[in-house]
Write a protein that binds this ligand. Structure first.
Ligand SMILES: N[C@@H](CCC(=O)N[C@@H](CS)C(=O)NCC(=O)O)C(=O)O
Length: 326
């Protein structure tokens, strides 16, 4: 997996560097100017990195300007003549609820999108092919496949077409705090769960678990005093944390051995997860069936039989106590 491509000389998983790093800009003269109807987002509902892009698309109200398609959750062989396993589109729109055929390019897999894009791309890319792809329908190429950058573009460059242009997830006065928060949340939590799950020695696992739960404790403490991570308004780090928290008790606890403590045992973190889930538009980005099928079913190195655990089926639409900060 790109998230943790094996590094033969280490017991710690390494994240693959993403390779399409262009930016859509408000500037009309740029190679990729912000336009309504021009860009398409490919995602997997299973993937937290892809889901954070979709979450920002929904929050900003960009549904009409930017279309999207989700692959199906289980990894499959992407080509006949090699062994690569990766994201594929279903054969019909009815096969897996939420997943659709690729109506833009007719591709069978995300890997094929990279093949199409590489015709117009002079840089290097390698399989694996990460799920989150911002596609330019006009130039028939990938603009960007790094979720942190895609979500930033959605948040700042498409305001002319957004139904919620005033929602600023990266406000100038909070940028240094946001950058700093993104950093430790990424290493400790977003990527931290993968470091636990794919550690190949006890020492590496112990280290990763400590880092993960120290970071979760830090969030719990911050959220005791304020509604969100950077104050009382929602900002980028909240979305980035949310996508991991919502997968935690349902998947990471068991499959990645992040079982030291459940999120629902942290009062603030649990209520905070429900608070964010209940922001209009966000619940539509959470498809737990995709999450569970993917994590339990696509990584034979950690779950060889692919058996999907039942439960706990938490209802995140139940009431929470975060209005105490309003
Ligand atoms: N840094 C990337 C990481 C994305 C990533 O690792 N995605 C995984 C899924 S959760 C993926 O698509 N892997 C596909 C593969 O390995 O073929 C980002 O945030 O965009």
């Amino acid at each position: 997996m790109a998230a943790s491509s094996a590094n033969e000389n280490s017991d710690k998983p390494r994240r693959t560097v993403t390779s399409f790093r262009n930016f859509v800009s408000q500037n009309h003269d740029s190679q990729f100017p912000a336009e309504s109807g021009r860009y398409h987002l490919y995602i997997s509902y299973a993937c937290p990195w892809a889901s954070r892009c979709l979450a920002v698309l929904k929050l900003k109200g960009l549904d009409k300007a930017i279309t999207f398609t989700s692959v199906q959750p289980l990894w499959r062989k992407t080509k006949e003549n090699d062994e690569h396993m990766g994201w594929v589109f279903p054969d019909s729109d009815k096969e897996v609820p939420g997943a659709e055929r690729d109506h833009i390019n007719g591709a069978k897999s995300v890997r094929e999108l990279y093949d199409i894009a590489s015709l117009n791309y002079t840089g290097k890319y390698t399989v694996p092919a990460v799920a989150e792809v911002l596609w330019d329908k006009k130039l028939k190429t990938i603009v960007n496949n790094e979720s942190s950058e895609i979500l930033r573009m959605f948040s700042t460059e498409f305001n002319h077409f957004a139904e919620n242009p005033c929602l600023d997830l990266y406000p100038p006065n909070l940028r240094s705090l946001i950058n700093e928060t993104n950093e430790w949340v990424h290493h400790g939590i977003n990527n931290g769960v993968y470091k636990c799950g794919f550690a190949t020695t006890q020492t590496a696992y112990d280290e990763a678990v400590k880092q993960l739960f120290d970071a979760l404790d830090k969030c719990e403490e911050i959220l005791e005093k304020q509604r969100f991570l950077c104050g009382n308004t929602l900002t980028e780090p909240d979305i980035r944390l949310f996508v991991t928290l919502i997968r935690f008790d349902e998947a990471y606890t068991l499959i990645f051995k992040c079982s030291k403590r459940l999120i629902r045992e942290y009062s603030n973190l649990f209520n905070y997860t429900k608070d964010i889930y209940q922001i209009p538009g966000l619940s539509s980005t959470v498809k737990m069936a995709h999450v569970k099928q993917n994590y339990y079913g696509s990584f034979p190195s950690i779950n060889p039989l692919g058996i999907v655990a039942h439960g706990p089926n938490i209802d995140y639409s139940l009431s929470h106590d975060r209005h105490r900060f309003s």
